[in-house]
Design a protein around this ligand. Structure first.
Ligand code: TRP
Length: 332
């Protein structure tokens, strides 16, 4: 069975866009592939989080993934820092990763520009760590967005380089994986393109947002001055609301407001209220699950342990091969 690896950076709560985008696909993939999904807590150290935030964010992401349907029995769901094999492979790969090629990576250049006071070696070698994450399980498929394309190319470079230097075929080539290519785009609330935290918390509906907060955010969602002619196409910000409705509302609710728009009788206030209620209905069971799971420390512990064991089995195998071809032989 083909091997899939993906890492999730523990950066706060997941929103509806994360859920309808990547996460729902992960839930399907876990039954079709040999999946390794992990929380990339080593990667998050590049920005020096404080220990309490780091721990809480890891716990929150784990609880949210479980609540959304990742099944620790069907996939290997683990925390990166539970696997010492990953930093070991990272260190070994670093010996053949060149300063020049790392400096040319666009994510490095962007971060170096936006945080000139914190250009650390971890940031520079981020693609090496990510390569180690992937090739340690000999993965061939990596479900990530366009922004990770260059990192994947580096993973292939490092894997191929290792194979060539040591004249082996330990590492297969990993490629970006577009599972179910008709990805639904989840728009944001502030009129912009997609639902994303980078446009502020008011642009996103988080999975754990309370009903009151959802109502408040929806009431502030951007619209326009309203249609003045019959049967015109909505402006982008209003189209966003229609798109969200298609996801969370009943079909005849959507139709009601589409018709009202077409004949210019629509009241955006009513539409936003309806949308808020439908989002609440859609998200309440998920929010309740997240709350229950994040309070169940013993369940979270079991999940993390099982995941670490599964991932460890696969990682050790690869690392033993790697150590052997490099020439590390035991004296005892
Ligand atoms: N760099 C990825 C991101 O920013 C996270 C990540 C770390 C990852 N290691 C990975 C993704 C391995 C896929 C595979 O989203």
């Amino acid at each position: 069975m083909e091997i899939v690896v993906s890492g999730i950076r523990p950066t706060g709560n997941l929103h509806l866009g994360n859920y309808m985008g990547a996460l729902k696909n992960f839930v399907k993939m876990q039954h079709e592939y040999n999946c390794y999904f992990f929380i990339a807590d080593y990667h998050s150290l590049t920005t020096h989080p404080n220990p309490k935030d780091l721990h809480n964010n890891v716990k929150q992401v784990l609880a949210e993934y479980l609540a959304c349907g990742l099944d620790p029995e069907s996939c290997a769901l683990y925390i990166q820092s539970d696997l010492p094999e990953i930093p070991e492979l990272y260190m070994l790969l670093n010996m053949h990763a060149y300063k020049g090629e790392l400096e040319r990576v666009s994510s490095f250049k962007e971060k170096a520009q936006s945080h000139p006071d914190n250009i650390n070696a971890g940031l520079l070698t981020y693609p090496v760590l990510m390569a180690a994450d992937i090739i340690i399980h000999k993965a061939t498929k990596v479900p990530v967005g366009k922004d990770q394309e260059q990192h994947l190319e580096m993973a292939r470079t490092f894997g191929n380089r290792f194979n060539r230097i040591y004249n082996t075929e330990v590492f297969p080539e990993p490629y970006a994986f577009n599972y179910g290519s008709n990805l639904v785009k989840i728009p944001g609330l502030q009129g912009g393109g997609k639902m994303s935290k980078s446009d502020g918390d008011n642009n996103v509906i988080n999975l754990i947002d309370s009903p009151e907060l959802i109502r408040k955010k929806m009431s502030r969602a951007v619209t326009d001055t309203g249609p003045t002619e019959m049967n015109t196409a909505p402006t982008p910000s209003v189209q966003n609301l229609f798109d969200l409705m298609k996801i969370v509302s009943e079909e005849n609710t959507s139709k009601h407001f589409t018709d009202a728009y077409a004949n210019c009788s629509i009241r955006y206030g009513d539409m936003k209220k309806q949308l808020a209620e439908d989002m609440i209905t859609f998200l309440t069971p998920i929010r309740e699950k997240i709350e229950a799971i994040s309070n169940d420390t013993s369940y979270l512990g079991k999940v993390a342990k099982l995941g670490a064991e599964k991932a460890h089995d696969s990682a050790t195998k690869t690392l033993n091969e790697v150590r052997d071809v490099i020439g590390f032989r035991k004296f005892y």
